[in-house]
Design a protein around this ligand. Sequence first.
Ligand code: UN1
Length: 511
Amino acid sequence: TDQFGIQEALTQLGIQEVNKGSSTGSEFFANGEIIESYSPVDGSLIAKVQASTKEDYEKAMEKAGEAFKTWRLMPAPKRGEIVRQMGDELRKYKEPLGQLVSFEMGKSLQEGLGEVQEMIDICDFAVGLSRQLYGLTMHSERPQHRMYEQYHPVGIVGIISAFNFPVAVWSWNAMIAWVCGDVCIWKPSEKAPLCGIACQNIIKTVLERNNVPEGVSCLINGRENGELLNNDKRIPLVSFTGSTKVGRHVSKTVAERFGNTILELGGNNAIIVSEHADINMVLVGAVFGAVGTAGQRCTSTRRLIIHDSIYDKTVEVLKSAYSQLKIGNPLDSNNHVGPLIDKDSVNNYLNAIERAKAEGGKVLVEGGVLEGEGYESGCYVKPCIIEADNSFEIVQHETFAPVLYVMKYSNLEDAIAMQNDVPQGLSSSIFTQNMREMELFLSHAGSDCGIANVNIGTSGAEIGGAFGGEKETGGGRESGSDAWKAYMRRQTNTINYGTELPLAQGISFDI
Ligand code: UN1
């Protein structure tokens, strides 16, 4: 691996052999069990992280609570200035952080760098936002009264992130929460804990330099901490990214105590390929969507719904593209597809293929686990294509791997119905050059997803839009647009500057 400079990157990011998994700003602590982080790239142990105990968690929460008291009083544009400096710091560390993401998680270096770019972009977005946390004013029905609304920070925001976007998802939440005046406590995935340590190391210098109180940014590693966050009444908002199964549990637990959640759960994203599509464009969108990040994005393309008149031709083009895919070390820019995150994931992939076959699916491009030189980690699999029915149970289910299901349609209403007929509702797309088709797809009778694209694949959303989806995807929105509102509490204010006290709704109450 060292031909790819990983050791150097780890050193630059301050990663040690054993890292304390909890910290508030510059103070590191953690006395729990050891989490070992193995790279799916070559199976090697990268480094260890000591998880937090309940006492460590309490310590972090105490610091977070204290920090909130001062952070909330700093003017929002001043908080924005600190986030601006974080963006600058991330620019400096883009290369090593991108390398670490690629090595710890297994996505291609290009995508690792792209993920850090999303972090930089959300910083820029948040800086602008820090001067635009607008509320409305309304006209009161009473004379000499003024009504308006304002947004206040909610307090401590819990962030539970997934392995597949081990740094960007945190930043979409944290950077926005920070300009809103909240403080954050982050539990990264146990499958990518070093990415969390690296991010904390990068931003802590900014916090220190600006005398920002410890606890604005808290990091806690260790699985048990997720449950502590979910049950903690001091945390009004938990932002969770992960599976629908765990998300359902988080949702119930947090709702039970009337806390709020932002849920970014599974997707089951389809591309409709119309007979009016530009096939060369479909090729890039669909293949990157299905095999990019080895199919481990919540926005990965899982289903292609192809018009029957161009079905055979499209399948041929796809087969030939798949035969040219290079699978291997994601740090080597010649490769298109890296490994899955771990062996459990490889098993899920194999099971999905078996189940699809058992339900009557026809394999068009064979899958399988790769062996031999370069594939020692046992996590490299071949992207496969299976002809299937949308109603197959396995097709209704999100498998976090490069398995693409293809199916036919003959009229667009049916294609849209198929695209919508899954429990999830994250991302969707249509390739067509026909204006009527694209508008129908985007209409009230069209896609039921949080993201609907035309002549673009399902993955690779920009940070400027609100990111998230409907149904079992959880309904949350993060990142751009007005997603910031979930990180603040709205207050309606009515001020009487007159000498009378008229009641609303014309009620008279004489005493
Ligand atoms: C995820 O997979 O959890 O739209 C997030 C995309 C990326 C984010 C994916 N910008 O594919």
